[in-house]
Design a protein around this ligand. Structure first.
Ligand SMILES: [Zn+2]
Length: 431
């Protein structure tokens, strides 16, 4: 055991990470969680454990049940998987915090109201510099080759430098999440969150030789935030040719003309061919492919299908706009949640050698990508280039960074490189 489970803790000072414990933001909720926590064995490798131990935002907890190991919280709902070793490290951290926190007026450990701590019995000291350590590796984002001599720096000024194999170990005096900067020659400076304590950090870095300016054009809408899908879209094909009116109508009228099965299959095949190439292989295929057959004269909703990319041929698109096709996306907080592809009916029937490049270009817009002017790319507005090596690298980078990542390589503030921010949570099993 790291620390005893006997005795009582009268008042303890804790900080809860609100994004981890949204349901435990009030002091009243804490004893219930602890009561539940105590029922769980700690030494089960499959258990999920959160440790909350920073004095930053005190929560008073009076005469509740004994918490497991004075400050270690066992989460009754599966949230974040830690190894048993990580649990042990975290409990050591919790203990060293309590040694310090025992000096604070709000904290009194032991059987009575005395402020003398019963456990642990170590002499109170300055915060242990070995209390919260994050280990990690710095790697090239494309090749996964180790990146040596990268300096990882915390806001406090504490820093560590990666070894020849990319390994680093950084120590902090306080638990919590901190914006961390990684710099080195030959790599683009990265800012991301690191959580102390936390899982091993895999800090991937963009090589300085990468064409970041074009990446910004394509994936960050000209250097604002990265915007992308985070789950594979569904594909919905409308097999009636729709009558074009203007580019942003909510619905279009179905004409009597139908796509043949062969034409429909060819559109699906081209989009399925392009999808993995322009999502950095993040999406091997569409989540599903369905066909809708609206009757002549029916109004077909085009921009209201969340989770899907809708594609259709349009009569009169080119004559009205002079373009062969259009692509569009809808996003929510930098996550693309819907897309649309409009293809000109006459161009589609023309047998053009650029039919596939146009379809994949418009798919690119439906995925959230913008026009590229700085180099050859499938996102050139000519739409005559098929996905090339740059396009594949750029979209791959887009899918190893969180939506909201900013230029040159700055992750959004809630994100931490060593923490799964939105963990998978199983509901109850039902027959
Ligand atoms: Zn375009």
């Amino acid at each position: 055991m790291i620390c005893p489970r006997t005795g009582t803790v009268r008042v303890i000072q804790l900080q809860l990470w609100p994004e981890v414990w949204p349901f435990a933001s009030t002091p009243a909720a804490i004893p219930a969680l602890h009561a539940s926590a105590v029922e769980h064995p700690l030494d089960n490798g499959g258990r999920e454990v959160i440790i909350a131990l920073s004095p930053g935002r005190p929560v008073q907890w009076a005469s509740g049940p004994v918490p497991p190991c004075s400050g270690g919280h066992v989460n009754p709902a599966p949230t974040i998987a830690f190894s048993w070793q990580a649990i042990r490290r975290a409990l050591v951290s919790a203990r060293s915090f309590l040694v310090c926190a025992a000096l604070a007026p709000l904290v009194a450990c032991g059987g009575g109201s005395s402020s003398a701590p019963a456990t642990p019995s170590a002499t109170p000291s300055a915060p242990s510099t070995s209390s919260v350590i994050v280990n990690g590796r710095t790697l090239d984002v494309f090749s996964a080759a180790p990146q040596a001599a990268v300096t990882i720096r915390l806001p406090s000024g504490t820093s560590a430098t990666s070894a020849a194999d990319g390994a680093f170990s950084i120590t902090n005096t306080t638990a919590g999440q901190f914006v961390t900067t990684a710099t080195g020659s030959g790599v683009v400076e990265r800012q991301t969150g690191l959580r102390f304590p936390g899982e091993e950090a895999k800090l991937t870095l963009i090589p300085a030789s990468f064409d970041l300016a074009t990446f910004d054009q394509m994936c960050r809408a000209g250097s604002s935030a990265l915007r992308r899908w985070d789950t594979a879209p569904k594909l919905v094909v409308i097999d009636a040719v729709l009558q074009f009116t203007s580019v942003s109508e909510a619905a279009y009228t179905a004409t009597s003309e139908r796509l043949t099965a062969q034409e429909r299959d060819a559109i699906v095949a081209d989009l399925a061919w392009g999808l993995p190439q322009v999502t950095g292989e993040a999406f091997a295929g569409f989540a599903s492919v369905t066909t809708e057959s609206p009757q002549e004269g029916a109004q077909v909703a085009f921009y209201s299908r969340e989770g899907a990319i809708v594609v259709a041929r349009f009569n009169g698109l080119r004559s009205a706009t002079s373009y062969w096709g259009y692509g569009r996306w809808a996003s929510r907080s930098s996550v693309v949640v819907a897309g649309a592809v409009m293809l000109d009916r006459d161009f589609e029937k023309s047998g053009s050698r650029y039919q596939r490049s146009l379809r994949v270009h418009e798919l690119g817009h439906a995925l959230g990508w913008n026009h590229v002017t700085l180099r050859a790319s499938f996102m050139n507005n000519s739409a005559v280039v098929e996905p090339n090596a740059f396009d594949k690298d750029a979209t791959r980078l887009a899918f190893v960074r969180p939506p909201g990542n900013e230029s040159p390589d700055r992750d959004p503030s809630p994100y931490a490189a060593n923490f799964r921010f939105f963990p998978m949570i199983w509901g109850p099993i039902t027959p």
